[in-house]
Design a protein. Structure first.
Length: 290
């Protein structure tokens, strides 16, 4: 199969770790296999956690991993002046207004603590639907009513057709946060359509996000989004089988670089965590297992 464009889409909320490196390298491998170019899209609308040094770490990590970017910013200054999601706010606001006009939204003022109290699962189950809060009320999130959402159908690489319903963990997903900034699902869908992405490579932990975004695209009338092919790769686990996160400082690429690790060392660590018996020392060794 041949594709035009895939993307690497990190969030600058911490220093990147081995899990990010694995996902980036998987994207590079599949892009090379399918002829897709790579877009760098940095999701920076979580302004409370945004730090310029985290953005710089993205460029440093891509350079260290020898991943060439075909479209997107080349450095921190170029990102902030031209490529930040702040510059695409008009696109997001248009999408939000379209959802509002279509009657898909309801307002919710629940905190995470309240959601946990309402249901021990921690999942939001649409408790604010019948409260009919004004969408113009201060300190409310805009959620999508998924009560009557149909199954979504998509293609999993290399060509498996999948049909699924939105699961509980992403039902009634948020499209505008309480701070009035557009939320992740909305910006991700709008950006992928804006740039013409036709191959999305992400971890299995984002499978539910894929279903929510397919539903959102349908509500926005983005027919082309349903034609995107998705690849959900396995997650890298730590030695104790925990999911790696940005809080795990010793697994950060920055830390490992400062310890004198080279790319071949990182590839060897990834191979070990993946349970691959044969030694992995080069990108070509890594790509044999993708």
């Amino acid at each position: 199969m041949k594709f035009s464009l895939t993307r690497i889409a990190p969030t600058p909320s911490g220093f990147l770790h081995l899990g990010n490196a694995y996902s980036f390298l998987m994207t590079k491998a599949l892009a090379e296999k399918t002829g897709a170019k790579i877009l760098l899209r940095i999701d920076d609308l979580d302004r409370e956690r945004y730090r310029p040094e985290y953005v710089q770490d993205i460029f440093d990590t891509l350079d260290f991993l020898e991943i060439n970017i075909d479209l997107g910013p080349k450095n921190l200054k170029e990102f902030e002046t031209e490529w930040s999601q702040i510059h695409r706010m008009g696109l997001y606001e248009n999408a939000l207004e379209k959802l509002r006009s279509g009657g898909s939204l309801f307002a919710c003022d629940c905190s995470r603590k309240k959601i946990q109290m309402l249901d021990s699962s921690g999942y939001y189950l649409g408790q604010c639907l019948d409260r009919r809060l004004s969408l113009d009320k201060l300190e409310v999130a805009w959620r999508v009513n998924t009560m009557e959402s149909d199954e979504v159908v998509f293609t999993e690489y290399p060509g498996q057709m999948i049909s699924a319903l939105i699961p509980q963990d992403t039902a009634f997903y948020v499209v505008r946060k309480k701070d009035r900034l557009p939320a992740y699902h909305l910006t991700s869908v709008v950006d992928d359509m804006h740039f013409g992405v036709d191959l999305i490579i992400r971890g299995k932990d984002l499978y539910s996000s894929t279903l929510a975004q397919l539903d959102l695209a349908k509500k926005l009338g983005y027919d082309q989004f349903s034609k995107i092919t998705f690849s959900h790769h396995a997650l890298i686990k730590g030695e104790k089988q925990e999911k790696l996160s940005k809080s795990e400082g010793a697994t950060s690429i920055q830390y490992l670089r400062k310890e004198g690790k080279k790319l071949s060392d990182i590839l060897g660590i990834l191979g070990h965590l993946l349970g691959i018996k044969e030694p992995i020392h080069s990108i070509s060794d890594f790509q044999k297992w993708t």
